[in-house]
Write a protein that binds this ligand. Structure first.
Ligand SMILES: [Fe+2]
Ligand SMILES: [Fe+2]
Length: 171
């Protein structure tokens, strides 16, 4: 009989795969990741506007952020190291992802109710938004989609979501 934790590790994946491009041309995994950026940005706003709800809002935001970023690092960016046009971008990405992890760990080590937590959180917000909007959506994803092709981008969508679900359960 499987243990409870093994049962929890069987993800039920019902992905709504983006098989037609978004307005900005992104498709499949790139459309999914960009949609997640928008969700995360919304959660940032909610949390910044309601400091008294940090204890309630932060764990879910943290889970979404970590599963998003770690899935990118594991599933997407290694593929982008196979192409000369995205190789350097992948390295830059993973440096930024490590910086995000470090900021999250600093938040974890800070009293949630303190003013310092709010200052660190504001820093996290601007770091993530720069990373997601200025780097990924503007530069990396269009180049990556061009390099991988649309069919592969759609295929990867399912794979990445499965990994994200597992990561979300672990964080
Ligand atoms: Fe990223
Ligand atoms: Fe991202």
């Amino acid at each position: 009989m499987p243990s409870r934790s093994q049962e929890n590790q069987s993800p039920q994946v019902t992905p709504a795969i983006a098989t037609t491009p978004r307005g900005d041309g992104l498709i499949g995994v790139f459309a999914t990741l960009a949609d997640q950026h928008a969700q995360i940005a919304q959660l940032f706003e909610q949390l910044q506007g309601q400091p008294h709800r940090r204890a309630r809002l932060w764990p879910e935001l943290r889970r979404q952020l970590v599963s998003h970023e770690h899935a990118e690092v594991r599933e997407l960016y290694p593929l982008l190291r196979q192409f000369s046009q995205t190789y350097a971008m992948a390295n830059l990405h993973d440096d930024e992802a490590r910086a995000l992890d470090a900021l999250i760990h600093r938040l974890d080590a800070t009293m949630l109710e303190s003013e310092h937590w709010g200052t660190l959180f504001d820093q996290l917000v601007s770091t993530v938004l720069h990373h997601a909007k200025d780097e990924e959506e503007q530069k990396i994803f269009p180049a990556a989609q061009e390099a991988l092709g649309e069919a592969r981008a759609v295929e990867l969508d399912v794979q990445l979501r499965q990994v994200q679900q597992k990561l979300a359960m672990a964080h």
